[in-house]
Design a protein around this ligand. Structure first.
Ligand code: ATP
Ligand code: MG
Length: 453
């Protein structure tokens, strides 16, 4: 099947596999044979299969793990396919030309197939005092947070290092069986999200697990067991110690994976949203914000279901809109200056404050500003101005935002303005991809997706 068979045989001699776990029969009691489960190779991404086979043929253990196994067993389509192996990241790199090693906290290999990335992680193991001597391998903060998690171990030890029982199921490419070390199958059948190990310790090691708990409960419609939800409110502030870049990725997965509304409500209930977006809760207009966020999430959940494009910039623009408006109004009263002037100043301030918690990349902050500034320009719609605004590259996102505001505030001005622009668009249809549209506030050349149809 694979033409690179000889190459592998050659490489195998160079990097003899480190057999961390060879005693397969010790795992026999955790094994579910192919005939007793529903995972078929047809459900697995062909690139993931290539990686699995190639590792296997090079003499390493090669198993699918995490969401790939969990979602197939639940009859869902996995978002991505994560692979685990007893090969070290360097050994993986020696096998795959299209491999790059990433991560300091958690070192792993990415195998690149164009835009499709298959993540390969080496089995992790428990940390001991010996490991702590090398800060690249193991490092822990005073609160118990793992700043480096690069201690390798056996497959069973790896299972115990994972977050939830349903995420610790392993599909073995060697004989198509599944290994279940933590009773994940049982929890999968009873729709329960259960943490592996002592919740207080596991959340302190990596507070992002609290966000992941909410994400999986929302996405899978699973019940959080008491040990999972009980410590969250108290430990939520630990999220402040997580690097802001990691939060950006997590928030996208939380709010923009098609289950945004339910996930948002749970995040609020467990005091996690308050930690991620503190500005929102310093503001007296939270009810309005809440209404707008809920409506925007209903819309984006629908768009995702219909395979329509969405941009993270839009939801951030929504979340921070009323704090921005409030700040600009307050400043203009305090300084006796005009709202427009203070609005521009407040956009920078609000974004700067939010970026401390969530590192929103610049290409998105530019779009957030565009959407906001369009709110000031859309009312200036007479004569040639309307045409100029209409040419703005983010016009559609700005208009959608205006419609959303009209829905929330129900003021005659906003309703009339939305109707005016609706009519204008009907009378001046634009080609679907109008590359000649120019940006009015041209500070970047970014071209990420907008909320356009
Ligand atoms: P998704 O559908 O979002 O991809 P997933 O469960 O596959 O869900 P990933 O972030 O892709 O989540 O991670 C793959 C697997 O790695 C998880 O299923 C889990 O076993 C393990 N994992 C990921 N993050 C953590 C963490 N913070 N702590 C412990 N284990 C983790
Ligand atoms: Mg995954």
């Amino acid at each position: 099947m694979f033409s690179y068979k000889n190459k592998i045989a050659h490489r195998k001699k160079i990097t003899a596999p480190k057999k961390i776990c060879t005693k397969n029969n010790a795992y026999e009691k955790y094994k579910i044979p192919r005939s007793e489960h529903s995972i078929s190779r047809d459900n697995i991404d062909p690139n993931a299969l290539k990686v699995l086979y190639r590792l296997h043929k090079a003499g390493y253990r090669a198993l699918l793990v995490g969401g790939g196994v969990r979602d197939i067993l639940l009859g869902k389509t996995p978002k991505d396919f994560d692979i685990t192996t007893d090969a070290t990241p360097e050994e993986v790199k020696a096998i795959f030309k299209n491999c790059r090693l990433i991560g300091r906290r958690f070192r792993l290999a990415h195998i690149l197939f164009g835009y499709n990335i298959i993540e390969v992680a080496t089995f992790r193991g428990p940390h001991n005092d010996q490991h702590l001597k090398d800060k690249h391998i193991s490092k822990q903060s005073q609160d118990g947070m793992l700043l480096r998690d690069n201690v390798y171990g056996t497959m069973k030890e790896d299972a115990e290092r994972r977050d939830f029982t349903i995420n610790a199921l392993y599909y073995d490419i060697a004989d198509f069986s599944i290994y279940d070390f933590c009773d994940g199958m049982k929890d999968l059948e009873s729709n329960k999200l259960k943490l592996i190990g002592e919740p207080n310790v596991r959340y302190r090691e990596d507070p992002v697990r609290m966000l992941r708990a909410i994400r999986f409960a929302g996405k899978l419609d699973f019940k959080l067991t008491e040990d999972v939800y009980e410590p969250i409110k108290q430990l939520a502030p630990l999220l402040q110690d997580i690097p802001a870049a990691r939060h950006f990725d997590e928030v996208i997965k939380l709010l923009l994976s098609g289950h945004g509304l339910i996930t948002y409500r749970m995040l609020k209930e467990y005091q996690l949203f308050q930690i991620l977006f503190p500005i929102l809760f310093k503001n007296c207009e939270y009810d309005k914000s809440n209404h707008m966020i809920e409506q925007a999430l209903i819309d984006s959940d629908n768009r995702i279901e219909q395979n329509k494009r969405i941009t993270p910039a839009y939801i951030y623009a929504v979340i921070l809109w009323y704090p921005l408006d409030h700040r600009a109004k307050t400043m203009s009263i305090q300084n006796s200056t005009d709202y427009y002037h203070e609005f521009l100043r407040a956009t920078s301030e609000i974004l700067k404050e939010q970026l401390q918690m969530i590192a929103i990349p610049r290409r998105f902050t530019t779009t957030i500003r565009d959407i906001w500034i369009l709110q000031l320009r859309l009312p200036r719609n007479c004569g040639k101005r309307a045409h100029k605004i209409y040419q703005h590259i983010k016009f559609r996102a700005g208009f959608d935002f205006l419609s959303l505001r009209a829905k929330i505030e129900q003021t005659p001005e906003l309703i009339d303005l939305t109707q005016w622009w609706e009519k204008y668009q009907e009378q001046h249809p634009l080609p679907k991809h109008n590359h000649s549209r120019k940006m009015l506030n041209n500070t970047s050349t970014e071209n990420e997706t907008t909320n356009e149809n």
